[in-house]
Ligand binder design. Sequence first.
Ligand code: SF4
Length: 456
Amino acid sequence: MIDYEKLAKYSAPVPRYTSYPTAPEFKDDWSLEDLRKHIERSNQSGRDLSIYFHLPFCRSACYFCGCNAIYTSKEELKDRYIGYLEREIAIMGERLNLKRRVAQIHFGGGTPTFFSAAQLGSIIAAIRAEFSNIDKNAEFGVEIDPRFFTEEQMKVLAEGGVNRISFGVQDFDLKVQEAVHRIQPYDLNARSVETARRYGVQSVNIDLLYGLPFQNAASFRRTIEQALQLGADRVALFNYAHMPWLKKTMRKIDETTIPSPAEKLKMLQIAVELFGAGGFEMIGMDHFAKPNDELCVALKEGKLHRNFQGYSTHKGCDLFGFGVTSISEGEDFYAQNFRDKDDYEIAIDAAKPPVMRGVSLDSDDRLRKRVIMGLMSLFALEFAEIEREFNIEFESYFADALSALSALEADGLLSVANRRIEASATGRLLIRNIAMHFDKYLKKSGALERRFSKSV
Ligand code: SF4
């Protein structure tokens, strides 16, 4: 049973932990020499690769969007960008062993399908030409905006090996859609899902947002009922984080129309009930999936993993990101590309990896990353496993964290017993609040309010 009063009590700005250390800890003076050493170690490990391509263009801004998107109607920008992506792969190929097995490919954005079918085909061809060992069962996912999605594009994507699609939906209510500058009728979404299925896409995800202007419990109930009719395998239900001081487009949202925290909790409650009744299981703090979906299976088998794209079944890959703003992640480092397209192009013109900042993980970071990501993915943690992997004594190393968790235990968010932490149903929704006690940087960083979104 979820205790919604406790959710209200613990709703506070907390990192989402798509990385540890979190992005504010990445260092601007991290050098290309650092990157070279980490890639060398990554090559020596022979771990599988996960490769991410950021396709940043959108026709216009959705006011809720927190992505790093470039709004344009200039067609020529896209061909130019593809050229730079190809050159970036070649530059990275001088360091990264491109013959390593690729287990996962992902196109994110922006709007990947803002690129034409022919352009998407040429990006896939460039990837396949350079990465010579893409597993035939590789998970190949694309984020799609149904407003820019044609059958011709789906055909090219399917021929290129795409087998996972995530559709951005957000809400079906016209008043909400108008307020966020994204008109997307239900039928358009239904046709998009049907097209993906016709081309054999095994896994369809839809993204929904709660906390948008004019949403309320009654309107959101209708949205979820419609969402269930789409027949998706997974649903990502995100809490809209209104942070206009970070994202200019959010300033276009009239704050007086944003639902109150109490109304948002009602929406979350409705979502949990309706998705549960509709045959979905709750995966993580904001994901639902059908029981036979591989995310559900991975959670039950203890193989669920979390990275910058969210939850994944591919534990043990090194992630390399291409394109503006993209992030790479190895066992002992994170590196982020330039966010600004001009800076990105200048680096590539100089034949350098377009890396803007990064961080090298020391042994304490790696240990804490393992603990935090373990909790975020599996909602439980065995002390003995961590002790085996890191040669520490868990209770003494994390005495502070365990002592802080006792208050959360008293509130029913988790149990600590038999040398194991296990989150309750309520604690699963507040897993960020549990994980944060293992974050060494949080205490010193301050300014939580302005840097991170609220947990619920
Ligand atoms: S939500 Fe998607 S389509 Fe809308 S601005 Fe953001 S990236 Fe672009």
